[in-house]
Design a protein around this ligand. Structure first.
Ligand code: IPE
Ligand code: IPE
Ligand code: MG
Length: 233
């Protein structure tokens, strides 16, 4: 039986290499990547996904040259200026995981506005991982849990599902599939907790050149996988 696919995450990698291949600066790759967030999000929504989580900026990406970081931080504004109207028409809801605090004020404002404007939308959720790190997420969850224990609001003995409530992804359906573009075989500190039993797929295309057709093909390949979750089928 075909399993319904609810939540897909993408590590949108390879913007810089894609640009270099065209003889363009790395930033041109990021700019083209923004267009593709729109294309793949619209496709995912049309295919009936509940959540598409996209890795836009990691806690490690601050190590990049200031100029590139500055450019990346301007992209939410570019994205929403260009596409918010269309996302609204498609009933897509915007959410974010990651820490807002270190994000430049102007960028945070744009993100917050998009989240606010689309809060009531009931179509797919397009979830941006911005200033997100999987280990950081778990540390923050542990801190919050420790505080709740200290305050007598949570018991010391808890189950995995209860700890999961402290994570940034707690409101979303379980992660079904992770796709990483650009032929790199690693997780790069993305969604560590949620990846415990997600299916993994690595494709050679750079993010700016991943087409909706190829994306759909990934979902079809997922349908052929047998998920056993440690049991027998
Ligand atoms: C992904 O593309 C975008 C971000 C990580 C922000 P890269 O910028 O990592 O591109 P490559 O991997 O250097 O080609
Ligand atoms: C992962 O890509 C982060 C994002 C796509 C936002 P990176 O390009 O930063 O990952 P590494 O450095 O190759 O592990
Ligand atoms: Mg990269």
């Amino acid at each position: 039986m075909e399993e319904k696919i609810r939540h897909v995450a993408i590590i949108m990698d390879g913007n810089g290499r894609w640009a270099k291949k065209q003889g363009l600066p790395r930033t041109a790759g990021h700019r083209q990547g923004v267009e593709n967030v729109r294309n793949i999000a619209i496709a995912a929504n049309d295919l009936g996904l509940e959540v598409l989580t996209v890795f836009a900026f990691s806690t490690e990406n601050w190590k990049r040259p200031e100029e590139e970081v500055g450019y990346l931080m301007k992209l939410p504004s570019v994205f929403f200026k260009r596409f918010l109207k269309e996302l609204m028409e498609k009933n897509i809801r915007i959410t974010m995981i990651g820490e807002m605090e270190q994000i430049p004020k102007e960028t945070a404002k744009v993100l917050q506005a998009a989240i606010e404007d689309t809060r009531g939308n009931t179509g797919m959720t397009l979830n941006f991982a911005m200033n997100y790190g999987g280990r950081r997420e778990i540390v923050l969850a542990a801190q919050q849990y420790a505080q709740d224990v200290a305050a007598g609001k949570a018991p010391l003995q808890i189950e995995e599902a209860q700890f999961g409530q402290y994570l940034m992804t707690s409101a979303f359906p379980p992660l079904d599939l992770l796709i990483r573009t650009s032929g790199e075989y690693r997780i790069s500190n993305f969604l560590l907790w949620d990846l415990a039993y997600a299916e993994l797929m690595f494709v050679d295309e750079a993010w700016p050149e991943l087409t909706p057709e190829r994306f759909q093909e990934c979902l079809q390949r997922f349908q052929k996988r047998e998920r056993r979750f440690g049991g027998l089928k």
